[in-house]
Design a protein around this ligand. Structure first.
Ligand code: ASP
Length: 346
């Protein structure tokens, strides 16, 4: 009898174990890494010699504020999506970055904003393009994802939708920033002493300034988001990579989350963000190998420049760019955010 019950108990234990194994393998994932947030504030020609100590300090502070805001969400057990929104909102509100307040001007002297967000746990996504009155476009992208049956909304329709959702609407003049205005005049060759011809806005003023964030939360969910004013002197109606899922933004718990910055046309043509995830998925590359293949090989070969920030489910991060610099940073522990600007900073 005793032997029989021991045998029965052992059998139950084995079956219990089996069930446990099944649950683990059904989710298909190993345990996630530590909560992590990685951000960028744009790529481009960012050289030490062109930077004043005050300006550099202001950029680092801006990046740190965004890191702290996003990390506070993750630390309190919040979702990666909320961390991404918190970090991006801080940068959208900071005129130093080309997103929200401080966005660059179009050829017509307007601010037309693009943003997107993606949830790596279910591949839901939302984006807005060419909006002019939504104070924080990233919140509108989130509303499109969660409150509409669509992925992407543009222009007046997106603005109407944002208003209906109770998001903060501002007069387009809110986005005006005098430094950005001067940049447009310079790019158009209107400043004294510079030739109008010879000035290719994309080549001569490569300070992209878009903002983005990718987060991993305590449940192992990855989210990514990107927000931008686009490129100085862009033509009316031009949409960049930032609101295009798979180009400027991508997230999938099975591979990685990515947010990009750079010359958007190239990022669209290469589907940069999705390509990084695909190389991990189909070729078994690590995050850094995949990012390097896409940015340092494919983007470079096509003649584009810029970079990405990304992370995977283990909390590995990649901040890869082929431009002179990229405002960037990451945080894995409260109060220990790390920020970088130039190429040679590790
Ligand atoms: N990628 C953005 C765009 O092409 C520009 C940027 O990164 O600043 O619209």
């Amino acid at each position: 009898m005793r032997v029989l019950s021991i045998a029965l108990i052992s059998l139950m234990m084995i079956t219990g174990c089996e069930n446990e194994k099944k649950t683990q393998s059904q989710s298909g994932f190993a345990d996630p890494g530590p909560i992590t947030l990685v951000i960028h504030g744009g790529a481009g020609t960012i050289k030490r010699e062109n930077m004043t100590p005050e300006r550099e300090k202001a950029y680092r502070e801006g990046l740190n504020q965004a890191l702290e805001a996003g990390y506070a969400v993750l630390e309190s057990g919040g979702a990666s999506l909320d961390a991404v929104i918190a970090a991006i909102k801080v940068m959208e509100d900071n005129p130093l970055f080309n997103a929200g307040k401080g966005a660059v001007f179009t050829n017509e002297g307007k601010n037309e904003l693009d943003a997107s967000i993606m949830d790596g746990s279910n591949l839901m996504a939302g984006s807005v393009a060419g909006v002019t009155t939504i104070k924080n476009p990233i919140t509108a992208a989130y509303a499109v994802m969660t409150k509409s049956e669509h992925v992407m909304m543009a222009g007046k329709g997106a603005e109407k939708f944002a208003e209906e959702q109770g998001l903060e609407i501002v007069d387009p003049s809110y986005f005006f920033d005098s430094i950005r205005w001067q940049q447009l005049q310079r790019v158009k060759g209107k400043d004294l002493g510079r030739e109008a011809n010879n000035i290719d806005p994309y080549i001569k003023d490569r300070k992209y300034g878009t903002v983005g964030a990718v987060a991993l939360d305590k449940n192992g969910n990855i989210a990514a988001g990107t927000s931008t004013g686009g490129m100085t002197n862009k033509k009316y109606g031009r949409i960049g990579d930032a609101p295009i899922i798979g180009a400027g933004t991508y997230a999938n718990n099975a591979t990685c989350g990515v947010s990009a910055t750079g010359h958007g046309e190239y990022f669209i043509r290469l589907s940069v963000s999705r390509d990084i995830a695909s190389l991990m998925e189909y070729k078994g590359m690590s995050l850094d190998e995949a990012a390097s293949e896409v940015i340092n090989v494919k983007l470079e070969k096509l003649g584009g420049d810029g970079g990405i920030v990304a992370l995977d489910r283990q909390g590995n991060i990649s901040m890869t760019f082929n431009s002179e610099g990229m405002y960037r940073g990451y945080i894995k522990k409260k109060g220990e955010g790390k920020t970088f600007i130039y190429k040679d900073e590790k």
